[in-house]
Write a protein that binds this ligand. Sequence first.
Ligand code: DC
Length: 236
Amino acid sequence: MARTSSSQYGKINIAIDGPAGAGKSTIARMVASLLSYVYVDTGAMYRAATWYLQNLGIQPEEVDKVLHSIQNLGIELIPGEDGQQVIVNGQDVTAEIRSLTVSSQVSRYAQIEGLRAWLVSLQRQMALRKGVVMDGRDIGTTVLPDAEVKVFMTATVEERARRRFNEMQEQQGITMEKIAHDIAERDRLDQEREVSPLRQAEDAILLDTTQLTPREVASRIVSLTEAYGRENRNDL
Ligand code: DC
């Protein structure tokens, strides 16, 4: 796939939402690279906050402590050759935030309204200058409701567990069943939470990736972006 020249039209924002393991981050990274956009992985921000709070021994039920502690939390996302580095208060936690300890608890911390409000405002700042591909659960509905291109990606639980299993094989003691169970539980928590639940925005395009390669999905999103550019040439 050829890199697209974004100089043909102004940059826009692209929102990619969907459940755990639908392939959002792989695709979002590919799309960002093809369009020379900036990739923002909002799941990594919730994971970074979870890692930080777990390290302090703060439970998700201790909302006051959570809100107090995040005042001292600095999260940086640094784009790199091998993906994005996640830095918490100067410490590289890129690997740590993918551990099962974080993965199994992150949805519980992500239900805290004040924590979400703080992360959402950071995410909006990151998208102010356009040219951002942002993935998460509430990007099209809450974070960037005006994003010019919105995609909601899904895949079956089995396919999503298989993909995660392939990614995580180096972590010992993990079975496909355990991953499928964790994914289904995370879907439930993400869809049922009161604040910004996981759901498709009305104007988002649904992409079922079960049978598609990452390249095919990325191409579809690049085409949608180019089509937007052609149709709105005068607005950009
Ligand atoms: O995409 P991920 O698996 O890295 O996301 C980790 C968790 O963060 C996920 O269980 C739900 C939460 N999340 C969220 O609530 N809102 C977002 N925009 C992104 C992630």
